[in-house]
Every structure is written in C-alpha cells, then in structure tokens.
Design a protein around this ligand. Structure first.
Ligand code: TYM
Length: 336
C-alpha cells in the first residue's frame, strides 16, 4: 500500500510588544517566554509595536533608543530572525492603513468599554488622545494582517484580543471571508505577574517606583535587592493563597522560572522564613536573566547588523501584510 506523505502547514502565531521603557519580568513570563518556546512548532511573526507607544507622550531620542533596544532584546532572548519574521511595526504601513478600514467598522461604544483605555486616560488626564482611544483597533490590524491562529499574550491583553475577534468576525460577515479569527494563547502560570511593591497591581514598566518591577536587563544585585524588598505579609509561611497576594506572586514567579509546581515550591520552603524564600526567588530570576543580558550587550553594539535584520524582517512582513490588506480593500469596494 502506498502511503502519501502529507505535510500539514505549520499553524501561525503573531504577537507584538511596545518599546516603551524597560521590558520587565512580567513581559518575559507573561509573553516573551512563550514566544521563544513557540518558534519551533509554529510559523511566528513578532513585532516591536512602536506605533502603539506614542499613544503616551514619548521623548523622541528615548523612543528611538527603546525601539533598537527592544528589537535587540527579542534576539537576545533567543528569537531567531531567520526562522521567524521579526520586524518594527512602523516599517510596514499596512498596519496603520488597515487600522483605518477597521476603525470604520468598529463602534464607539465598544472602544469605550476597554479597561486599558479607562486606566491609561485616568493616569494621563492631560493627554487623552484619539490614538489612545482607538489603540485596540490598531492592535486588531496588527493581528489580522498576518492571519494567525494564536496570539501569545499576558492576561491584561485578553480584552483587546476579544475585540480583535469581534472586529474580524463582523468584517467577514459584512464583506466576506478575509480574516482568520485568532485564539488568545495565555499561559496558565505567569499570565499576570504583579508589582513587587503592591501585589494587587500588575507589574508594569510604567510604574514610578523602580522597586515594583524587575527589568529583564537588571543586573544580579539589583534583582536580588528588589526581591528582598518585595512586599509580603506577616504570616511567615510560604503558601499560595488569595489573601497572601505578595507571597503568591513570588511563588508564581519562582515556579515559572524553575518549572517546579506550586506544591513543590511550598514543600521546599516549609518551615523556612521569607528571607530565605525571597533570596531564592531573586537568585533563580537573576540566573535565568543573566545570559539574556550578556547576549543583549553583544547584540546592541552592532547597529549595522541589527538594521539588516529589521529591514529584512519588514520585507518579509510586508509581503504577507500587503496581500491581506489589498484583499480587505477590494472587498470594501476600493479600486485597486
Ligand atoms: P505590552 O507591550 O504592554 O506587553 C507585552 C506583553 O507582555 C505582557 N505583559 C504581562 N504579562 C504578565 N504579567 C505582567 N505584569 C505583564 N505585563 C505585560 C502583555 O500581556 C503582552 O503580551 N497592546 C500590547 C502590544 C501589542 C500587541 C499587538 C500584542 C500591540 N499589537 C498585537 C499582541 C498582538 C501591549 O501593550 O503589550
């Protein structure tokens, strides 16, 4: 009997990250760790979402340097620009172009419900710009251009993913099939890493208190110092519990970086004090991130090599983005 050799195409993955400020341990555990893990099994497209960053006022020189640094960091984490498409969002104009088509098919009411818009506009009342409001539409364009099956993100992006699915479904229903409806890919552990200073708040690079977050590029001493200062409770028992948000956050971090289960972590620190536990978490995180920093320091030195990679990334991305964009334009009735 002759058996046909059927090669099934790889499923597609897309995700992006903003280049605003230092990338944090939250970005790493909630998203980037999965990006690295997914590149063998999936056809992956990853972008530095620089257009999104200007929804908050940025210093031009700092923004430019952050875009370079974020791109370099993706490579330092082990994302392979040859195997995947890795590019800078603003280099592919179809993102902004498709965003307009989608904006005209998105309701004001839907956007008004976005919690991130409410949070950010409360934080920056002096700059509640239209871009901040329509940010999720641009994000939907980022995603839909590449027809991904999965979008690996942390839990805070779930609502944006849902709206991207709604926008795509509505567009397909009105104009015919153009977009794939993507599935969020949110890790079971690490999807929401909390601030080390206020464990009821998400760890965020925009937090004014630098002790609240660990940067992927922090050195070992800084990482350990930040964990030593982490806010806990007075029970002195390493156990996961809703009423112990500080310790629960540290357990999540430790178990995610060491691949130990929560039960194993609780057992390991049975009868030990918080001092020992915080030290162990700091060491484990520092050891995981040290090689990344080492690679980053090498990569960022060679701007020419970086430039060649992001230009090639944009060329590959544009080829795909163009096809989807023109299909959408045609369906809406534009003359191509
Ligand atoms: P951004 O740049 O804020 O964050 C990048 C990724 O990191 C995740 N993340 C976290 N995960 C766990 N715990 C935390 N404390 C934490 N903080 C951040 C985020 O969930 C995200 O996955 N709008 C997006 C960027 C974007 C995008 C896209 C993502 C633009 N276009 C298209 C996916 C697809 C954002 O601001 O992520």
């Amino acid at each position: 009997m002759c058996q046909e050799n059927i090669i099934t195409p790889k499923k597609k993955v897309l995700s992006c990250i903003q280049p605003s400020g230092m990338l944090t341990l939250g970005n790493y555990l909630g998203a980037l760790k999965n990006w690295v893990a997914m590149q063998d099994e999936f056809e992956c497209t990853f972008a530095v979402a620089d257009l999104h960053a200007i929804t908050v006022r940025q210093d031009p020189a700092a923004l430019r340097s952050q875009i370079y640094s974020t791109y370099a960091l993706l490579l330092a984490l082990g994302i392979d620009p040859e195997k995947n498409t890795v590019f800078i969002q603003s280099h592919v104009p179809e993102h902004a172009n498709l965003s307009w088509l989608l904006s005209c098919n998105t309701q004001f009411g839907e956007m008004s419900r976005m919690t991130q818009f409410k949070d950010k506009s409360a934080k920056h009342p002096e700059n509640v710009n239209v871009g901040l409001f329509s940010y999720p539409v641009l994000m939907a364009a980022d995603i839909l251009l590449y027809k991904p099956d999965f979008v690996p993100v942390g839990a805070d992006q779930k609502q944006h993913l849902e709206i991207a699915r709604d926008i795509a479904t509505r567009f397909n229903n009105i104009y015919g099939d153009v977009f794939t409806i993507p599935e969020p890919y949110i890790p079971k552990a690490g999807a929401r890493i909390m601030s080390l200073q206020d464990p009821n708040k998400k760890m965020s690079k925009s937090d004014d208190n630098p002790n609240a977050w660990v940067a992927i590029l922090d050195d070992k001493d800084t990482i350990i110092r930040k964990f030593k200062r982490a806010v806990t409770d007075s029970e002195a028992c390493v156990r996961m519990s809703e009423d112990k948000p500080g310790i629960s956050n540290l357990i999540t971090i430790y178990s995610t970086v060491t691949s130990k289960t929560v039960a194993e972590v609780e057992k390991e620190f049975e009868g030990k004090g918080y001092g020992d536990f915080k030290m162990a978490v700091g060491e484990a995180v520092a050891d995981t991130l040290a090689p990344v920093k080492q690679r980053y320091d090498e990569i960022i030195k060679d701007k020419k090599a970086l430039e060649a990679l992001y230009r090639e990334g944009a060329r590959k991305a544009e080829k795909v983005a163009c096809k989807t964009y023109f299909k959408a334009m045609k369906k809406v009735g534009f003359v191509i």
